[in-house]
Design a protein around this ligand. Structure first.
Ligand SMILES: [Zn+2]
Length: 309
């Protein structure tokens, strides 16, 4: 055990103790999902067919109504979170963005976010969302089944790069492959827009090596921890055995942010924190400083939160 590290959180109720012992006022989670009820029910129905889609059961731990889901985050000590929405077809991104801006308006811990799709109006609704204060944009290449290199998106990437608003991009092959997934595909977007602040969702799962390469190559590329290293995912898409050493050796400890996929998790929220804790415990160069940055400081900075206490 690395000197100075608290005991990892035993369960959700123990998370505030862990966070306090790290010297933090709470957590900042950059990858959470809130959706209109009708859409969320469809997403959950999909996970209920986990055996068919993923080859395994995917029981949703936090299948509660919206106020309860918000309250669970509060009790976990999540100070602020980015509620992410994403379309699976055209003509959906604008109203999902409107919905999530409204959700953030009525939910103090939620930050305003937006999403996009390659379609003629994208620059218009994205610009309006940024004007309305959106702090983060979700792009889901697998569910959206679009090519992120689509020329319709070129001005949108440019706008986001200029605004300095981070984009959480699900562009990896995991847990499911898509027509245009693969970090090599998104690497071309980054080559064309090198100043785009990008958070690779799920740390690029399962292409963790390629994700680390992109982080090294581009100053403004980050990884989120969503599902990474959990007991549920490890048998399917294991991290490289020297993952903590690689984060430490390459000075990438500042380039990792907390993400969880709450509430559609097949395990407790604390399980994600235990996975991150285990990396910090494995390499002395990471330790408490790394944990503080991952679960609070770096996501707070990316989301433009000066004071999160
Ligand atoms: Zn997600």
């Amino acid at each position: 055990m690395t000197a100075g590290l608290p005991e990892p959180p035993r369960d959700d109720a123990d998370v505030p103790r862990w966070t306090a012992e790290l010297g933090l006022p709470g957590l900042v989670d950059m990858h959470v999902h809130f959706l209109p009820e009708r859409v969320l029910r469809k997403v959950w129905a999909y996970f209920d067919e986990g055996g068919r889609h993923y080859g395994m059961n995917w029981p949703i731990t936090y299948r509660f109504d919206e106020p309860t889901r918000v309250d669970v985050l509060r009790r976990l000590g999540v100070l602020r979170f980015a509620p992410l929405v994403y379309p699976h077809k055209p003509d959906m991104a604008a109203w999902l963005t409107d919905w999530v801006l409204d959700f953030a308006e009525r939910t103090p811990a939620a930050l305003p976010t937006a999403t996009l799709y390659p379609e003629p109006g994208v620059l218009d609704y994205l610009g309006k969302a940024l004007d309305a204060g959106a702090r983060c944009v979700k792009v889901h290449v697998q569910v959206g089944a679009f090519d992120p290199r689509d020329p319709l998106l070129t001005p949108a990437w440019g706008l986001l790069a200029e605004a300095g608003v981070p984009v959480v991009v699900h562009c990896g092959h995991g847990p499911l492959r898509g027509d245009h997934t693969g970090l090599d595909v998104f690497a071309e977007v980054l080559d064309a827009h090198p100043t785009l602040t990008t958070v690779l969702a799920h740390a690029g799962m399962p292409e963790y090596d390629a994700a680390l390469d992109l982080v090294r190559r581009h100053q403004r590329v980050y990884l989120d921890t969503t599902m990474v290293g959990t007991a549920f995912i490890e048998p399917l898409m294991p991290l490289p055995p020297d993952w903590p050493a690689r984060l430490a050796a390459d000075g990438l400890a500042d380039r990792v942010v907390l993400g969880t996929d709450y509430p559609s998790l097949p395990y407790a929220y604390a399980e994600q924190l235990r996975a991150i804790h285990a990396w910090a415990a494995e390499d002395d160069r990471l330790g408490v400083g790394f944990l503080r940055r991952v679960v609070h400081d770096t996501p707070a900075r990316l989301l433009g939160l000066v004071d999160t206490s």
